[in-house]
Design a protein around this ligand. Structure first.
Ligand SMILES: Cc1cc2nc3c(=O)[nH]c(=O)nc-3n(C[C@H](O)[C@H](O)[C@H](O)COP(=O)(O)O)c2cc1C
Length: 327
């Protein structure tokens, strides 16, 4: 009995530290370091999908460059060749190839030569593999599935959302404080643990927006084209147990999705931006005093009215049976 009470006391004293160490060990064990990628199909898949995304995304920037991807493309090709040899040629393989096919088509449409690193490396892939119909799942689109603002079925709205990286700066000047308020009014219908509603949204535009985005690693090539950002945070003071350490991000993620649909409802487009910073970078950011210290940043949303000519990454999803198990 005494032993049990001592154990409970120790856990209550160092529970947070224990959780942090366990989280650290678990993350360290499972996350996909580049060096370990080829040993495991799932890890290789993760690398293929993210490098494929980097190529698709580059087409969608306001001023796409030609001959991009010197670091990403040789790695993607090597991973694809290994994937087919060691595992199989499934949809992951073909949508990876699809991004390379889109790269070739893009350069040919614009009458630009393919860079040497591409020409040399692509020889590692059999030419006939590019004829597979699943290759066309990747690439870019100019037109998204249509939906009517305010009246559409929710499923149409879900299908009509895509991350936008090409905004109409002039039209976005029409965004009023009232609209920013109405977006939040809809978003806060998101569920949260015990209805604690611990989210906050910090809107920034202009120079302050750029100051925040300088600490964000995924906006190269479109930072200046972003009219507004919404920094989604969670107030840590809403949590009382060390077992709740991930709850800010769980609820924050649900809220952020609601926020994106609320923006879409008003004809705006958005692009979620990760906030994956080291503790040191975070400390430098915090010195700017733009966000209260008791709030953690869940993610940042770039948003505004979309440019009518914007291209959108196709961002294909894997077959639906990958995502569920019926027990
Ligand atoms: C939490 C989160 C962080 C993201 N970070 C970035 C980012 O830093 N830069 C970027 O261009 N896109 C980013 N994205 C957008 C994804 O690339 C995009 O959602 C994904 O490719 C699927 O495409 P879709 O949103 O068009 O359906 C992020 C998405 C999420 C959910």
């Amino acid at each position: 009995m005494l032993l049990k009470r001592i154990k409970a006391k120790i856990i209550s004293l160092i529970g947070l530290e224990m959780n942090a160490i366990c989280d650290y060990l678990k993350f360290k064990k499972f996350y996909t370091k580049a060096s370990g990628a080829s040993k495991d199909q799932k890890k290789l898949e993760a690398w293929i999908l993210q490098d494929k995304h980097r190529i698709e995304k580059a087409f969608t920037l306001p001023k796409p460059k030609f001959g991009f991807g010197k670091e990403v493309i040789p790695r993607l090709i090597d991973h694809l060749a290994t994937y087919k040899k060691e595992f199989c040629a499934d949809q992951v393989y073909y949508i990876g190839l699809g991004s390379l096919k889109a790269y070739i088509n893009y350069h040919s449409e614009k009458k630009q030569e393919l860079p040497m690193f591409f020409v040399e490396n692509i020889k590692k892939i059999s030419a006939e593999d590019f004829d597979h119909h699943e290759c066309d799942l990747a690439g870019y689109n100019q037109i998204l599935p249509a939906y009517e603002e305010n009246t559409s079925k929710f499923s149409d709205m879900i299908r009509g959302r895509r991350s936008c990286r090409n905004f109409n700066i002039i039209k976005s000047k029409e965004i009023t404080n009232e609209l920013l308020n109405n977006i939040i009014d809809l978003s806060i219908l998101a569920p949260s643990v015990c209805n604690r509603q611990h989210w906050r949204v910090h809107y920034f535009s202009g120079e302050l927006k750029n100051q925040v985005l300088d600490f964000q690693n995924g906006n190269a090539g479109f930072q200046d084209n972003i009219p507004y950002i919404a920094v989604v945070t969670s107030d840590l003071r809403a949590f009382y147990s060390h077992d709740e350490r991930n709850q800010p991000y769980t609820d924050g993620g649900i809220f952020a999705m609601n926020l994106m649909y609320a923006m879409q409802n008003f004809g705006l487009a958005s692009c979620p931006l990760n906030w994956c910073n080291s503790a040191r970078t975070e400390a430098r950011f915090r010195k700017l005093k733009l966000i209260p210290d008791h709030e953690v940043i869940v993610l940042v949303l770039a948003f505004g009215f979309p440019n009518q000519n914007a291209l959108y990454a196709k961002s294909p999803r894997l077959p639906v049976d990958n995502f569920y198990t019926i027990h």
